[in-house]
Design a protein around this ligand. Sequence first.
Ligand code: HEM
Length: 410
Amino acid sequence: MVVRSKLSRELIAVFLKPNAVQSFVPAMDRVARELVRKEWEPMAGREVVVYEMAKKYTFELACQLLAGIEDPEHWAGFHDRFASVLAGITSVPIDFPGTTFSKAIKDARFLRKKIGVIIKEGKSRLEKEENPSIPDLVSGYLLTPDENGKFRSVDDTAEKILGIMIGAFETTSMALTFTIKISRRASPCLSRGFQRFNFSLPTTLGALHEAAMEGIIKISTRVLDPNTQFSYRWKEWAWRGCRYDFGMEAIEIMEIAKAKGPGELLTWGDIQKMRYTWNVVCETMRLAPPAQIAFKEALTDFTFAGYTIPKGWKICWSFHSTHKDPAYFPNPEEFDPTRFEGNGPTTYTYVPFGGGNRMCLGKEYARQEILVFIYNLVKKFHRKKLIPNDRVVFKSPENGLPICLTAHET
Ligand code: HEM
């Protein structure tokens, strides 16, 4: 059993390794653009709920890129069932009609069956191919034998795929929702500046200047000189100067957008340029970790804060406590993405993806899908929170973070 789960981990690790998932960026962008066209643009000026937008996007990606589902639209109706299974994992385990746990069991059974059908289709397709490729995780499972040289059963594969889809979809949706909740809105001045100056250096500086004049931000006068070369250093100053109140991520996103031809999809190279945006997301996940705990096993006896933990005990590690420790994060309640500049936090102090040999395998996949979503949102729209202080109940905003989108003028 242990060997099998190790093998399974290796298989997922190969599929999700950073240089393998790089090729997913255009596909992620295509899905996001479709959502912009079909769902977000028609809602301009009306209420949209960020958590729902994020779930739809991450779920569609999980269907296409992990499970190899070709008609994610058909599957869209099932994402409540995924949410139900997730709720069951953290519920009181009483299997009695009407309980969350009991509903989760039923929904898991339903989904396993549905995934099973996809797997069977994948299997017959792979059997017909002479040199079958591995375009998704399902194919990976079906084509890789276990330690006894046997291929996995449909049920076993369905179980694994269901687990990964659930883990992948909820955490990422949560990270996206909180990023929109916590990070500041892009200032209308910034966007006016973008339009007026066609996104160039004077744009940025002009927009910053305008924002400073309107009292939205406070920045050094040196940054405001529109004749200065827009070097990395300037950008850094601008970033520090406006201190994320400004939605600085919008600047780098607009610069990427400006360099793209019409219809040209994002690439991994573009994702690499979104450094500030990723710092904003990292800082959001520090304050609101999407997965809040992890279980670890003590490999030796050890003493912590006066308590002796014997070898073999299971330990519940709270990411919140680690992330709010002022020894590692001065003014821990302050939202400050600059903490992630340079080498960033020291090892095991920033752990939204866990740590050690069971650390999240989907970290790079998650980074890409989060940045692609933010790129598409920020590039197209201003956003206004409709309930600015939407209360966080348990671990998500009570109302899912309703916002109003307004398309940038073109
Ligand atoms: C923001 C998004 C995500 C967060 C915050 C997150 C967080 C985590 C955490 C905390 C763990 C447990 C680590 C530990 O015990 O030390 C984990 C495990 C895992 N995650 Fe993620 N995750 C995210 C997205 C994803 C995605 C998108 C995928 C797949 C595409 C994924 C696949 C996995 C897998 C396979 C494991 C199990 C690793 C193992 O047990 O060996 N995760 N994740």
